[in-house]
Design a protein around this ligand. Structure first.
Ligand code: AMP
Length: 194
């Protein structure tokens, strides 16, 4: 998928995480800037989210943050972004993040990241969109999750074809190759939404 211009990043909001994961989030933000790509994310200053946004801004990216009013304080909205949208709910945030992005990249994160990731994967499973989704298994962070998905497949709760809904790469350096190889989306999401 060569015409990716805007990338949505889902990642953790915690600051209490291993330094190597912080470093790779920082490097990923830089890589977005070096490639002239726009970052779309949750709009906070905290955790890997803030680190990625700061690095992308410093490297010249446009950064679009979308944050619900009720968690503005909790996630400390980033005031230096190209665009900051304060929205009425999590649902509006997720929908806007979806609409503003050509592709989704998942860095290490917690429960919120899982929610966002599985929503975008299952929307794809339902045929609501076919934008590329790349899970970055930095330092093997997502191995337990991938093991769970294998378990679901083994038990018949998911199908092995579902693994084709997203790509797994073992580090940020491989994200752009994965996006390059992804097919162009053909589903027009607006037409099928809701
Ligand atoms: P976490 O991975 O838990 O650190 O959260 C990462 C991001 O996901 C934060 O911006 C959270 O606000 C967001 N988040 C948490 N729960 C949800 C949810 N149910 N829906 C959408 N985003 C969420």
């Amino acid at each position: 998928m060569s015409n990716v211009r805007s990338i949505c990043v889902y990642c953790g909001s915690s600051n209490r995480v291993p330094d190597p994961l912080k470093n790779s989030a920082r490097r990923f933000g830089q890589m977005l800037g070096e490639r002239g790509l726009q970052l779309v994310y949750g709009g906070g200053r905290v955790g890997l989210m803030g680190i990625t946004a700061d690095a992308a801004l410093a490297a010249g990216s446009e950064v679009v943050g979308i944050i619900p009013a009720h968690i503005q304080e909790l996630e400390v909205e980033h005031t230096g972004l190209t665009e900051l949208h304060v929205v009425d709910s999590m649902h509006t945030r997720k929908r806007m993040m979806f609409e503003r992005s050509d592709a989704f990249v998942v860095l290490p994160g917690g429960l919120g990241t899982l929610d966002e990731t599985f929503e975008i994967i299952t929307w794809k499973q339902l045929g609501l969109h076919d934008k590329p989704i790349v899970l970055v298994d930095e330092d093997g962070y997502w191995q337990p999750l991938l093991g769970l998905i294998d378990h679901m497949i083994g038990q018949g709760f998911a199908r092995s074809e579902h693994l084709g809904l997203f790509r797994v790469v073992d580090g940020i350096e491989s994200v752009f190759d994965a996006l390059e190889m992804a097919p162009e989306p053909v589903i027009e999401p607006q037409a099928k939404w809701m």
